[in-house]
Design a protein around this ligand. Structure first.
Ligand SMILES: [Fe+2]
Length: 387
């Protein structure tokens, strides 16, 4: 995370006595650290011991099957054709994955009564449609359309929607952290003047209301591809305070400040977050390139080391036809891709674009699941033949 944050009450000195109101019993300190003890961390202060558990069970939650034999070709698929009723966890449908990431969407139709912790992966959640409250042991904040929630591995949380008319999430799980790119920050960690967003754009937990309740509380833990049910004897949100650098936060795609060149600038210009194995970019409304003969849409290109997926959220995407909200294109590494017929000519002289889209560029190939086969446009791969 970009900056230090604290919420609630904490002792003045870490690892010292911190008594409850009765002056006798102790709050329980927990150091939550990363990368051994060398990465970012937070110190958390619980009402109850964080290790208490009544029962542990292995859960058999559904998963999407891989599409074995999926050809190396261009894909366009429509994620809204695959809807599963459920909460932000059970409504997920996986479309693509590799050893380092899992890309899913969820059309959420109810709130989760239980609690969730992904202990195997960090989660990036793009709120395409819907609004509500992000709740966690670290505190709560409201979310709205366009928010990109960054939920570090190991955090207990819930995503609660205000209503169920039209909620849609794009979820990317990663085995390494979603970082704010180093070149966005100065040597002190502060976001620089040339970064596409700054600290003011980042929404952090603001309200911490510790819940001191005992009973039976169901926590679902995901660890890699397995799910477990932990029955806890106290409410998981029992922190009275915490401080550090490890906590969930959100950044809205509409706060991203895009850059524009004299001629076309490549996708890293639109970088938002990076992990060790893929990047996340934000495409936002912007004026087009200002050379008098500029071609604003991309040239044909081959990025042999990356699979490129784009999730289309809003507006008309400059280089594609037949795109709907919630459509995804997958252009695998190893075959050249580029604008569809007519789009290059159409873009010449255009003044700008009103698109919103999220791009994920992975450094290892993605495996499609059967959900891609079920929702894809079978003609997309040959759609350049009409030129
Ligand atoms: Fe590309």
């Amino acid at each position: 995370m970009a900056f230090y944050h604290r919420l609630g009450k904490i002792p003045q000195k870490r690892h010292t006595t911190f008594y409850k109101e009765d002056g006798k019993s102790l709050y329980r300190e927990e150091l939550f650290s990363t990368l051994g003890f060398s990465g970012i961390y937070s110190n958390k202060y619980h009402i109850h011991m964080p290790t208490q558990v009544l029962e542990v069970k292995i859960l058999d939650l559904k998963d999407s099957e891989d599409w074995h034999g999926a050809p190396l070709e261009y894909y366009l698929f429509h994620t809204d054709k695959k809807k599963t009723e459920g909460d932000f966890l059970t409504a997920r449908n996986v479309f693509l994955r590799n050893r380092h990431c899992i890309i899913s969407t969820a059309n959420v139709t109810r709130n989760m009564e239980d609690f969730f912790r992904n202990s195997g992966a960090h989660e990036y959640v793009f709120v395409h449609h819907g609004k509500g409250t992000f709740l966690s042991e670290y505190g709560n904040f409201p979310f709205v359309e366009g928010d990109q929630l960054i939920i570090p591995r190991g955090i207990t949380f819930q995503i609660q929607f205000d209503n169920f008319e039209n909620n849609k999430l794009l979820i990317v799980e990663s085995d390494t952290a979603f970082d704010i790119p180093k070149h966005f920050r100065n040597e002190y960690g502060q976001l620089t003047e040339s970064a596409p967003y700054c600290e003011r754009d980042i929404k952090v937990p603001q309200v911490l209301e510790p819940i001191d309740q005992t009973g039976e509380f169901r926590l679902v833990i995901k660890k890699f591809d397995k799910y477990y049910e932990y029955i806890m004897p106290h409410h998981p949100y029992d922190l009275v305070g915490w401080d550090g650098y490890h906590y969930p936060f959100a950044f809205n795609i509409k706060d991203y400040c895009p850059k524009v060149g004299r001629v076309h600038l490549p996708p890293p210009t639109h970088l938002a977050f990076n992990t060790r194995h893929f990047v996340v970019c934000n495409f936002c409304p912007r004026p087009f390139d200002f050379h008098e003969d500029a071609i604003p849409v991309p040239y044909f290109h081959a990025n042999v080391d990356s699979d490129e997926i784009i999730y289309y959220a809003e507006g008309d995407f400059m280089s594609r036809r037949d795109i709907e909200q919630g459509s995804v294109t997958l252009h695998p590494g190893g075959i050249t891709h580029g604008p569809q017929p007519g789009k290059t000519e159409e873009s010449i002289g255009a003044k700008g674009t009103n698109e919103y889209a999220v791009m994920v560029d992975t450094f290892e190939p993605l495996q499609p699941t059967v959900n891609v086969r079920e929702t894809m446009d079978p003609k997309y791969s040959q759609s350049w033949l009409t030129d």
